[in-house]
Design a protein around this ligand. Structure first.
Ligand code: ADP
Length: 258
C-alpha cells in the first residue's frame, strides 16, 4: 500500500523523480518561537531532521524540550517560525490551509495517549470517522473500517463502545482509526502512556507489525526506554534541539551486539 505522490495529490508541483527520492519528512533549520521580545521562547531552535519512508523512530527528551512542538509541525497542525518542513520533498509552509488539511487527511495518522475516541459511539463508527470526512460511500466505509479493526485484532468488537472496551482495546480502536485511510506516516504521542506494561508491549508489537508489514513510517514520542527500544532509531530532544540521533538496540533484527 503506497499513497500517491503528495505533489500530485495537492496539485502543488509536477511529480518528478527527485521529489520521489526525497525523505518522507525533513526539517531544515526549523525554528519555532512562541511569544515576543523578552518573553520569546524558542521551542525549536534550528532543528535539522530527516526521516526516510519505512523508518520506526522514537522521540524522547525531557518535558519542555520541544517534542510536542515538533510533532505539531510534523502533523501540519502548526508551522515553523523559520526554516522549512518538507513532506516528500514538498515544502509544507508553501501550501494553503486546504492543501495542508488534504495532506493531513491523505498521508498522516494520529494516535494519542488518551485515545481520543467518541464515547457513545461504536468502535466501527469511531474508525469510520476519517472516511466520513473523505466522503467515502457508506458501504465502502463499513468495509474499510472492519478491515482496519481486523488488522488491530478487534474482529467481533465492532459494535462495542469505548466504555465497554479495556484501555488496550481502546488504543487499538484509535490505531485502527489512524490507519483506516492508509497513511504514509503514523504520528503517535505517548501511545502507551495510559496503559499497563503488558498492554503497552502489545501496542508496541502492533505498531511494529504495521511498520514492518504495511510499511507505515512510525514516529512516536515516548518517555519510556522500554518502548523506545522497539524503534530502529531514537532521537533525543533537549532545549529545542536534537541532542542525539541514533540507532536503538533490540528490535531491528541485526544482532543487537555492539
Ligand atoms: P515537550 O513536548 O518536549 O514537553 P513542548 O514542545 O511542549 O515540549 O514545549 C517546548 C517549549 O515551548 C516549552 O518551554 C514550552 O513551555 C514552550 N511552549 C510550547 N507551546 C507553547 C505555546 N503555545 N505558547 C508558549 N510557549 C509554548
Amino acid at each position: 500500500m503506497t499513497s500517491p505522490d503528495v505533489a500530485e495529490t495537492l496539485g502543488s508541483a509536477p511529480a518528478s523523480a527527485p521529489v520521489r527520492a526525497a525523505p518522507l519528512v525533513e526539517f531544515r533549520a526549523v525554528t519555532k518561537v512562541y511569544g515576543q521580545g523578552a518573553a520569546a521562547m524558542r521551542a525549536l531552535d534550528g532543528v535539522d531532521l530527516s526521516i526516510q519512508a519505512g523508518e520506526f523512530v522514537a522521540v524522547m527528551g525531557p518535558s519542555g524540550s520541544g517534542k510536542s512542538t515538533a510533532m505539531n509541525i510534523l502533523g501540519c497542525l502548526d508551522t515553523p517560525s523559520s526554516g522549512s518542513y518538507r513532506f516528500q520533498g514538498v515544502p509544507v509552509e508553501g501550501l494553503s490551509r486546504d492543501q495542508r488539511a488534504l495532506l493531513r487527511r491523505n498521508y498522516l495518522g494520529f494516535v494519542f495517549q488518551g485515545f481520543n475516541l467518541l464515547n457513545r459511539t461504536s468502535a466501527l463508527e469511531n474508525v469510520e470517522l476519517p472516511l466520513v470526512y473523505r466522503r467515502t460511500p457508506r458501504a465502502e466505509r463499513h468495509a474499510q473500517a472492519r478491515r482496519a479493526l481486523a488488522q488491530v485484532g478487534l474482529t467481533g468488537w465492532e459494535h462495542h463502545t469505548p466504555g465497554e472496551l479495556s484501555g488496550g482495546q481502546q488504543q487499538r480502536v484509535a490505531i485502527a482509526r489512524a490507519i483506516v485511510t492508509g497513511p504514509s506516516l503514523l504520528l503517535a504521542d505517548e501511545p502507551t502512556g495510559n496503559l499497563d506494561s503488558a498492554r503497552s508491549h502489545e501496542i508496541m508489537d502492533l505498531l511494529t507489525g504495521l511498520n514492518r508489514e504495511r510499511g507505515i513510517t512510525v514516529l512516536m514520542v515516548t518517555h519510556e526506554p522500554d518502548m523506545a527500544a522497539y524503534a530502529g532509531r531514537v532521537i533525543h530532544f533537549l532545549d529545542g534541539r536534537v541532542a542525539d540521533d541514533g540507532l536503538a538496540g533490540r528490535s531491528q533484527g541485526q544482532g543487537g551486539q555492539t
